[in-house]
Design a binder for this molecule. Structure first.
Ligand SMILES: [Zn+2]
Length: 302
């Protein structure tokens, strides 16, 4: 088990719950009840000739398959590993070779140890490994074996895979994964098409890092590039640009209220996301968590 502090921030939105600002682990008591994993079904979607996504509970998984074996992006929760492995075997030769984590949260890393035992070498940013290693109950077998601070390129199954660090965005260990030939970008959670953006400041995330990550993604994407977020449906670059624009608008509204001396409660009461609430998908989602994160970041002098 990872610590609640690491686990819950993705999980909450996945379950459609609304969380208050969670800058400190002290809020761990607000974590929602564990979902019943036995009821979760893994849905496999073919996105390119040798590339699939797998959705169950937690962050979307991506897999590149072929004669060289499986390259996997993220792992969801540990109790789902068996189901996920079965789904992967159904569309591959079942040779688990590599698994990269887009970021530290438990709905993306929980199954790491299980896939390592199946043969996958786990890759992650240095910061991510450090956070996992510090988490309660961490076991060496579940930790990334390969860490990196700069871009990494892998060559498998006729594909070029680029691992691109996105510093201090959703967390301090984010990676953008680019499948060049398949024309796929996997962003992890610095971009999500479900719910409002989530800046996990307690795990080293920042607004500016999120904005830089989105800008990088938009710049790398062509009109047909398939952008697969950590949570929510696959999108194109226009959707990512729209989210960046929304973040800038909301940022400026919050900054203005801070300049006027408003408290966080007053900023929340001002409903600065109201005109976006109907467009942002996700059951029970409001902008309050995001506003709280912006308030905390903008209130703090840089
Ligand atoms: Zn996350």
């Amino acid at each position: 088990m990872r610590t609640a502090a690491i686990r819950f921030s993705c999980l909450a939105l996945a379950a459609g719950a609304v969380l208050a600002v969670q800058a400190q682990p002290a809020n761990r008591g607000a974590a929602p009840a564990q979902p019943d994993y036995s009821k979760v079904e893994i849905k496999t979607t073919q996105v390119a000739p040798n590339f699939y996504t797998l959705d169950g509970q937690g962050g979307t998984i991506g897999i590149l398959v072929g004669p060289d074996g499986v390259f996997q992006v993220d792992a969801q929760f540990a109790p789902l590993s068996e189901k996920i492995a079965t789904a992967i075997r159904a569309v591959s030769n079942g040779r688990f070779r590599f698994l990269v984590n887009t970021h530290v949260h438990g709905d993306h890393t929980g199954g790491d140890e299980n896939f390592a035992k199946l043969g996958a070498t786990i890759l992650a940013r240095t910061e991510l490994r450090e956070r996992l290693a510090q988490a309660a109950g961490a076991t060496p077998a579940g930790l990334p074996m390969v860490t990196y601070d700069g871009p990494v390129t892998l060559h498998m199954n006729g594909e070029t895979i680029e691992l691109i660090p996105i510093p201090h965005a959703h967390t301090d260990g984010d990676t953008l994964v680019h499948f060049v030939n398949a024309d796929v970008l996997m962003t992890g959670d610095y971009y999500r098409s479900l719910g409002y953006p989530n800046i996990d400041r307690a795990n080293g995330g920042s607004l500016d890092g999120m904005l830089r990550g989105l800008a990088r993604t938009i710049a790398m994407a062509g009109p047909n590039t398939k952008i697969i977020p950590g949570h929510g449906a696959m999108v194109d670059r226009n959707a990512v640009a729209a989210q960046r624009d929304m973040m800038l608008v909301i940022r400026d509204r919050v900054a203005k209220l801070i300049q006027q001396g408003k408290t966080q409660e007053e900023v929340l009461a001002a409903k600065v996301t109201a005109d976006y609430d109907s467009k942002v998908t996700g059951v029970g989602t409001t902008g309050d968590r995001f506003i709280g994160q912006l308030y905390a970041e903008l209130k703090t002098p840089k």
